[in-house]
Design a protein around this ligand. Structure first.
Ligand SMILES: [Zn+2]
Length: 294
């Protein structure tokens, strides 16, 4: 994650000189590490760009007719940064028998354009193509409810050109393959694993993300470090010896202690999470300091 922040986002610390990275000039970021069903650790990250406008300002400017060049430049930037289909590779048949087409087979930097083109093609095909699985319909309640992939990937989601809704200002990116998770080619080339990227450029998009995050946070189980901190506080408090405690108080303390222990023992943790915790790896990455809001 540190290499990603330094070399791909090109962010070298608050107050340091700003450099242009794979997505532009990053002014701030906020990322949390979490585990998915199989336990694999991954990071969800929000990135702010230097000189960036807030979603309302973007909407206002893309809707103004005298700001056509802004709209065009924005769409050009987005199409350049966010890929929505597998990059073409003309010699597709040769890949079948080619052992070098596996994502793990390329190491280091590739300066040969034809090789890079082939590499990104293979990477995107392997890592970014969505195949529906049972988890896609996890929340489907059956007919008459339409059976829709909850990741919103569908062959029918094809848009030949990028468009801006003339009323809401909502941006729809050009998309030639509805089953491809959006990616940044440079990042994909470097991290060599699946990724997803989304531009938050309108009020509705910002609201959708905010809803998703809030929903996600309130549904997920207690975070490990929060639970451990709670247990530590509970145990310290309960173990304090007080000569005035009567039998009843002592029993109440024991009960609370048992509750704290069972709360922790019911936490589901993946091996990767345990390792990461024991190795003292961080579980969040931020450029700024934040305060809790209750
Ligand atoms: Zn799906």
């Amino acid at each position: 994650m540190k290499a990603f922040i330094k070399c791909l986002l090109r962010f070298e610390g608050k107050g340091s000189d700003l450099h242009e990275g794979a997505l532009g000039t990053v002014s701030a970021y906020y990322g949390c590490v979490e585990a998915q069903g199989r336990g694999t650790l991954h990071c969800h990250m929000m990135i702010w760009l230097e000189g960036g406008l807030n979603p309302n300002e973007i909407r206002d400017r893309v809707l103004q007719t005298e700001e056509q060049s802004f709209k065009e430049r924005l769409l050009r930037y987005l199409e350049d940064t966010i890929s929505t289909c597998i990059p073409e590779y003309l010699d597709e048949e040769s890949l079948e028998s080619d052992q070098h087409s596996h994502p793990c087979s390329t190491r280091g930097v590739n300066f040969n354009n034809a090789m890079r083109n082939k590499d990104v093609h293979c990477l995107a095909k392997k890592c970014q193509t969505h195949r529906h699985s049972n988890t896609c319909w996890k929340y489907w309640r059956g007919p008459p409810e339409p059976k829709e992939c909850r990741f919103d990937l569908d062959e029918k989601n094809v848009h030949p050109i990028s468009t801006v809704d003339p009323v809401s200002g909502e941006i729809t990116l050009k998309c030639l393959d509805g089953l491809v998770n959006h990616f940044n080619a440079t990042i994909l080339e470097a991290v060599r694993c699946n990724m997803d990227i989304k531009f938050i450029g309108s009020g509705p998009a910002a609201k959708a993300i905010l809803y998703y995050i809030t929903d996600y946070i309130t549904k997920s189980q207690l975070k490990t470090h929060v639970a451990l901190a709670a247990m530590e506080t509970a145990i310290n408090k309960l173990e304090e010896y007080d000569p005035h405690d009567d039998d009843c108080t002592l029993r109440a303390k024991k009960l609370l202690q048992k509750c704290a222990h069972s709360m922790i023992s019911h936490q589901e943790l993946s091996a990767q999470q345990v390792c990461s915790y024991l190795m003292d790896f961080e579980d969040h990455f931020t450029s700024d300091e934040y305060r809790g809001l209750y």
